[in-house]
Each structure stands twice: as structure tokens, then as C-alpha cells.
Write a protein that binds this ligand. Structure first.
Ligand code: S3P
Length: 172
């Protein structure tokens, strides 16, 4: 039987990439970071894609990559924060593995992304952008069955919880 994927979703700054790295190290499964693959294939950074091609074009690239990844197995997938905007993305990922939504409070998110210049949706007033986007997307993130608040957890603790969920799910 092929090994189910673990897919990490959640808002920017909730720890998807770093937790994905811990999970990959601990399970030996391959880590796939969607933003990095898109950047590599496009030969452009995420801010360049947003500026030159626009957000809708980026969402199409994401959608195509979800199709590709959800046909594979044994992966730890770190998604971009906007992956929830298209419900088909979540439906496809749910078929291929365990989807876990990482959450964090707006203050913690702000601290984690404060110095970052790679997130086009947070250019300008970061605090204001975070709260506006979080408000808009909140229903989409809470709709995901498995959720973990990472505010007071180390990356290792977050990974522990995900591995518990994964073991439970594999046992059926
Ligand atoms: C986005 C999140 C980013 C990246 C892009 C758009 C979003 O990924 O995909 O800037 O819409 O929330 P991270 O969540 O890894 O920052």
C-alpha cells in the first residue's frame, strides 16, 4: 500500500515550512515546498510572479501543482497560505493524505513575518493586512478537520501532534 501524504496548510507565519522540515527529518518522507517548486519552475520569486503575472495566474500554478502532488504518495507537503481559497485544492489533498491546518494568533503571526519581504500580500501595513486576510479566510481554515494552534508549541511539539494524528488515521 502506498504511504499517505501529510499536507500542511494554514496562514502565512503559522510554521508550515519549518514543521514540514521537522516532519521530513523524523519520518524520512520527502519534503515538498509548493512555493519553492513554483519559484523554481517559473524562474521567478513569488513577489515577481505576483507583480508580473498577477495573483490569479499564481493561483492557477498552485492548482496545477496540487493536482500533480495529490497523485503522489509519501510526501510532506508545505503549501502556501492561500491554498484554501480553492476548495478543490483541499478536496484533492484530503484524498491523498492527512491535511493539517496550522493556526496562530495575529500577534504571533506578525512577529514571525515582521521582517519578511517575500510575501506580496503583506506589503505595506503588515498588521492591517494580516487581520484583514485572516478575517476573510478564517472560515476556510477552521473548516479543516485537523487543526493545531502553534502559538505555544515548539516545532518539535507541533510535529509530535501531527505524527499522532497520522498514526491514528493510518490505523483507521
Ligand atoms: C500566500 C502565502 C504565501 C505564498 C504567497 C501567497 C497567501 O505562502 O504562497 O505569498 O495567499 O497566503 P506562505 O504561507 O508559505 O507564506
Amino acid at each position: 500500500m502506498s504511504k499517505r501524504n501529510i499536507i500542511l496548510v494554514g496562514f502565512m507565519g503559522t510554521g508550515k515550512t519549518v514543521t514540514g522540515g521537522v516532519l521530513a527529518r523524523r519520518t524520512g518522507m520527502k519534503l515538498v515546498d509548493m512555493d519553492s517548486i513554483i519559484e523554481e519552475r517559473r524562474g521567478k520569486t513569488i513577489p515577481e510572479i505576483f507583480a508580473q503575472e498577477g495573483e490569479p495566474a499564481f493561483r492557477i500554478l498552485e492548482r496545477e501543482l496540487v493536482n500533480e502532488l495529490s497523485a503522489r504518495s509519501g510526501l510532506i507537503v508545505s503549501t502556501g497560505g492561500g491554498i484554501v481559497l480553492n476548495p478543490d485544492n483541499i478536496a484533492d489533498f484530503e484524498k491523498s493524505g492527512l491535511v493539517v491546518c496550522l493556526t496562530a494568533s495575529p500577534d504571533v503571526i506578525f512577529q514571525r513575518v515582521e521582517k519578511d519581504t517575500n510575501r506580496p500580500l503583506l506589503s505595506g501595513d503588515k498588521r492591517a493586512q494580516i487581520s484583514a486576510l485572516l478575517e476573510k479566510r478564517h472560515p476556510l481554515y477552521v473548516a479543516i478537520v485537523h487543526g493545531i494552534n502553534t502559538d505555544n508549541l515548539t516545532d518539535e511539539q507541533t510535529a509530535d501532534r501531527i505524527l499522532e494524528m497520522y498514526a491514528l488515521e493510518s490505523r483507521g
